[in-house]
Each structure stands twice: as structure tokens, then as C-alpha cells.
Design a protein around this ligand. Structure first.
Ligand code: LMR
Length: 398
């Protein structure tokens, strides 16, 4: 069967992890996949996750199926995290939430569902965007287009171009927005810019789909939901794909959620019925463990406090690493101003390294960076940052 079939190319992000594992250099550094590492270079299990797991192990009575949309308490926790418990969306029953296997699963379920009811829509992605977005929305057959987002010359948001493009997108199309910590650029909209975006979405009638994978990594759990809150205020329909891979460290438990916000409680019930039908035809019902861990942490005040503390420490470590990176590059003789790295948010930094430099760093220095020059800042620590800054300086000055 496979004799005449060409192999698929390695994944743009996880392909790097595979290559990294085979690399025998003692200096090798993996700054590819968005996975948090601590000062010891380890991706730790949160203490609150371990505690929640102990509680769950003692309590568990059955491995019978969860409902198609997942544990109902988990759905409530997700909505409270997204909108706040007293938001009108929550109290008015205007949101349908289903557990999905990770943020990718949430996006894909959203895409499958939307393809049924908006078959002719175009899906608009930011230029640039997360490498997997195109594949996820192409899979059900959507046409894809790009809206301007990042200006490589100024290393800032291309705000004017972004807003003018959004104002041309027709009613019914779907616009994928990054809720915070834009992946890959680390450049976010400010509150006034988000207000403009949602004024345009309301006027034009396109559907916002907010990819929300880094809540807590920019300014804080509540501070990071500005985009969601402003979108909620429009009173219109929108989708949110949540991921708890990063902010609970539950990468391999595939813990995410798709939330569909509707304009009435009645419409929400209709949306949920179709979401369930979509999930049933795809993976039937979700895995239990990650969702129950998140629910246990969010429902138990001590565990929640511990979670918030640990997330704050992660956010602070990344911010300090950004500063150390800017200083390290200057110390290694880079003349250009790299202070923009310190202003970017979340795990990633768009380094400005071109494809040649990315390839050179991999071949000569065993440093693995995603094509386009995205660096996972959370993969640097005091043990490897000097080696990295020296190599990056050499790549820039070559
Ligand atoms: C990333 O962007 O590196 C992460 O979201 C991991 C992934 O699934 O690609």
C-alpha cells in the first residue's frame, strides 16, 4: 500500500523534539515546543496536581464513561475561569462547554462543528500563527486566509493593517484570534485595540474564535481574560478553545475545552446538542483524568491558591529570563537593540532570526528553534543561557 507514497514531512514543532532527542551534543538546547522548564531544565508536575491526583485516586469508584461533553463540574470550572463566576454569560446559561482532548482537540471540534453550519466560510488566521492552525482548519475543508498581525520591521503589532483587514472580512467568516500571549510572536493587542476588534466583529458579523492556551502567562489569570471579556460584552456568538497543557502543566493528559457562547439559553442548548454529536462521531467521550484534576484544583481553595502561586512563579521566571536574554545578547556583542524580547508576552519570543540562522544554530550549535525564529524562552535557564546568547550573537553577526 505505501510503496509509491511519499513520507509526510516531520511536524514543524514536535519534529524538532524528535531530532533533539537523537542529537548527542552535550550542549544541545531544545527551544522548540512550547513546554515550560524550570531552572533545573525540568518540566515539573505542579504540586497542586500531585495533591489533586492523590485525592482522586482515593475517591475513584469507577472507570465508567463520562458524559459526551465531559464531567459537568469541569465545564462549570472552565466557564468560571474564562468569564468569572458572576458573569452574565455564566449566570444566564449562554455558554456550552465540552471537555476536549487539549487545545488542539478543542479547535478541531470547533472546526468540525462550524464546517457543518458554515460550510462556505473562510477561516482567517493571523500572519504569522501557530504552525498547527492551518492544518486543523484545513482538515474539515475550510478555505484559509491570513490577516496581517506582526510587523517584522518594527517588531510590533501591525495594528493599522490588522484593523483595516478585519473591517473587510465578510459576515459569516471565522476569525481565529489569540486570547493572549500570541503564538509565535509574543505580541498582544492592548485593551483599546481589542475593543476595536470586537466593534468590527459586531458591525461586520464575522465569528470570533478565540484560541486561549496561555491564560496566566502574560499578566495573571484574571488580567489575561481582557479579550474574552470584551468579546463577551458584544452579546454575540463566539467560540473559545481552552488549553490547560501549559497553565496546569497537563501536557500529556490532553486537557482542554471548547466553549460556545450563544445569544440565548435556548440557542446554547441547540449548540450543545450539535457539539455532542460532533464529539460522539470523533472520539465518543473524553478521557477523565486531566479534567478531574483541573476541577479538583479549582474547587478546593488551598489547591487553587497553590496553583496560582506556582503559575505566578513560572510567569516571573519567564520575565526574568527575557531580561537576562536581552542583557546576554548585548554582553556577547550584539549591537542591535533586542529590548523588544523583554516586552513580548508568554512563553515565546520572535527572535528575528531568519531561516538560515535557524538552520545554522541547529547544525552547528545543536540549538533547536522553530522555523520563523520562534524561541521558547521558558526552555532557557541559568545553565544554558550563556551558551545560547553566545551562539545567537554569532548567528546574528555572521
Ligand atoms: C507549541 O506551540 O509549541 C505548543 O503549543 C505545542 C504544540 O502543540 O505545538
Amino acid at each position: 500500500m505505501w510503496k509509491d507514497i511519499e513520507a509526510a514531512p516531520p511536524d514543524a514543532i514536535f519534529g524538532l523534539t524528535e531530532a533533539f532527542k537523537k542529537d548527542e551534543s552535550p550542549d544541545k538546547i531544545n527551544l522548540g515546543a512550547g513546554v515550560y522548564k524550570n531552572e533545573q531544565g525540568i518540566t515539573p508536575i505542579f504540586a497542586c496536581v500531585k495533591d489533586a491526583e492523590r485525592i482522586l485516586l482515593g475517591r475513584e469508584q469507577t472507570k465508567s464513561y463520562l458524559p459526551i461533553s465531559g464531567d459537568p463540574g469541569y465545564g462549570i470550572c472552565v466557564q468560571n475561569l474564562l468569564f468569572g463566576a458572576d458573569s452574565e454569560i455564566v449566570t444566564g446559561g449562554r455558554a456550552a462547554t465540552a471537555h476536549a482532548p487539549g487545545g488542539t482537540g478543542a479547535l478541531r471540534m470547533g472546526a468540525e462543528l462550524l464546517k457543518r453550519f458554515r460550510p462556505a466560510a473562510t477561516v482567517w488566521l493571523s500572519g504569522p500563527t501557530w504552525a498547527n492552525h492551518r492544518a486543523i482548519f484545513s482538515a474539515p475543508g475550510f478555505a484559509i486566509n491570513t490577516y496581517p498581525y506582526y510587523d517584522a520591521a518594527t517588531r510590533q503589532l501591525a495594528a493599522d493593517d490588522l484593523l483595516s483587514c478585519l473591517a473587510t472580512i465578510p459576515a459569516g467568516d471565522i476569525v481565529v484570534l489569540h486570547g493572549c500571549c500570541h503564538n509565535p510572536s509574543g505580541v498582544d493587542l492592548d485593551t483599546a485595540q481589542w475593543e476595536q476588534v470586537f466593534a468590527i466583529s459586531t458591525e461586520r458579523g464575522w465569528l470570533p474564535l478565540i484560541d486561549f492556551a496561555y491564560q496566566g502567562f502574560a499578566d495573571g489569570i484574571e488580567a489575561d481574560r481582557t479579550a474574552i471579556e470584551l468579546c463577551a460584552r458584544t452579546g454575540g456568538d463566539f467560540f473559545v478553545a481552552s488549553s490547560f497543557s501549559k497553565n496546569f502543566g497537563l501536557y500529556n493528559e490532553r486537557t482542554g475545552a471548547l466553549t460556545i457562547v450563544c445569544s440565548s439559553k435556548e440557542e446554547t442548548a441547540v449548540a450543545m446538542s450539535h457539539l455532542k454529536a460532533t464529539i460522539r462521531a470523533c472520539y465518543s467521550t473524553p478521557p477523565a483524568h486531566g479534567g478531574l484534576v483541573v476541577k479538583t484544583i479549582l474547587e478546593e481553595p488551598n489547591l487553587r491558591g497553590s496553583w496560582e502561586q506556582e503559575l505566578t512563579l513560572m510567569r516571573e521566571r519567564i520575565a526574568a529570563t527575557r531580561t537576562a536574554l536581552v542583557e546576554g545578547l548585548a554582553a556577547h556583542g550584539v549591537k542591535e537593540d533586542y529590548r523588544f524580547i523583554a516586552n513580548q508576552r508568554g512563553m515565546f519570543s520572535f527572535s528575528g532570526l531568519d531561516e538560515q540562522a535557524v538552520a545554522w544554530l541547529r547544525e552547528e550549535k545543536s540549538i533547536y528553534i522553530v522555523g520563523g525564529g520562534r524561541i521558547n524562552v521558558a526552555g532557557l535557564s541559568s545553565a544554558n543561557i550563556d551558551y545560547f546568547c553566545a551562539a545567537m550573537a554569532e548567528a546574528i553577526n555572521r
